[in-house]
Ligand binder design. Sequence first.
Ligand SMILES: NC(=O)c1ccc[n+]([C@@H]2O[C@H](COP(=O)([O-])OP(=O)(O)OC[C@H]3O[C@@H](n4cnc5c(N)ncnc54)[C@H](O)[C@@H]3O)[C@@H](O)[C@H]2O)c1
Length: 366
Amino acid sequence: MNTPINVTIKNDKDVSYPIYIERNEISSLVETINKHTQNAKKLIIISKKVYSLYKKQLNFSDKEVLVLKDGEDQKNIKTYLKIIDTAKKLNLTRNDYIVAIGGGVLGDIAGFAAATYMRGIKYIQVPTTLLACVDSSVGGKTAIDIPNGKNYVGAFYQPEAVYINLNFLKTLDKKQLKSGFGEIIKYAFIENSCGLENDNALLLEFLIVNSDRILGLDFDFLEKIIRICLSLKISVVQNDEKEAGMRKVLNLGHTFAHALESITNYKRYTHGQAVIYGLMFIFNYAYENKYIDSTYYRLAFQLFEKYDCKPLRAWYFKPQIIKLMLADKKATSKINLVVPTDKRTVSVMEVENPNCLKFKTNFLLK
Ligand SMILES: NC(=O)c1ccc[n+]([C@@H]2O[C@H](COP(=O)([O-])OP(=O)(O)OC[C@H]3O[C@@H](n4cnc5c(N)ncnc54)[C@H](O)[C@@H]3O)[C@@H](O)[C@H]2O)c1
């Protein structure tokens, strides 16, 4: 095993856990997990798609495996209760484990079940999408959705370990890879606001210069990106686990993205795709309101183009989007927006009059 990246969350208990980034055979995961959990019982929660692709390699005992249907619409109370019910049937106690193998949807819901079953049971994240590797598997945000409220019910609850295996990424389709790039591009725009003490990683330039190698799934380049994104995320969450301040910067593009996901019933766009539209929205807002200059604005759109991110072509009725943005759980009576204010830098702002939000016509085409 490589030397892990260490996460230490400065909360009342000072939780600490390792993130391993490997390229071993997928089958080695069984031994890794068994070694980690030792004699404890475990419930392996795995996405149907991942299970169908890796059933042979992931040779866990059938009775400890729960396969869950895929899709954001599965991140609900019904699926949550199914997990709790299975954990109870297996007689899991607080000394036992939940292991989440899948993308961000599965990781979020399994994490929430772990946070709440018997008031908290140990859990391990095995992210299998690019988005989950760079973002959702780390930081301890767990949640389920309610109708019209994405991630409305949840808990901050850290995993005991995160095992990333790059080989999972080989079977992702183009749409899912692009979704991962949504969160990665977000990190490029918030780099200077993450409080990382060493030199800037310059993710923005790295993504532009090396787009061919990255999009060609060159593992050395992907691993570098994963490491940069995780170091930025860790830097933020270790000092602000519960989003009292700095963690808000991670929501760049997300207020709009959540509204768009909700208005389209979580079916039309992947989360990362919605984040890309949210980033385009906020860059237009920042430019029109003179928070950023035209050079940076153009650089941002050059980056979107490199990763084949086209403007949103559907028209969503503006008041409806604003209503949903106001309903975003991070907002008060005003809309909380994370706005680019300089290269790689953002500020959290409250928009006084939401109706003033401009929707640029080349962004939201009729
Ligand atoms: N907790 C957090 O901090 C955080 C951060 C960002 C996003 N999120 C959440 O993450 C979710 C999105 O996660 P996602 O983009 O991973 O989507 P996802 O979990 O829906 O996975 C996307 C699809 O890819 C499939 N898949 C997974 N691994 C695969 C593999 N190796 N090969 C082929 N197919 C594979 C899945 O089965 C699914 O069909 C959203 O619900 C979002 O809110 C959470």
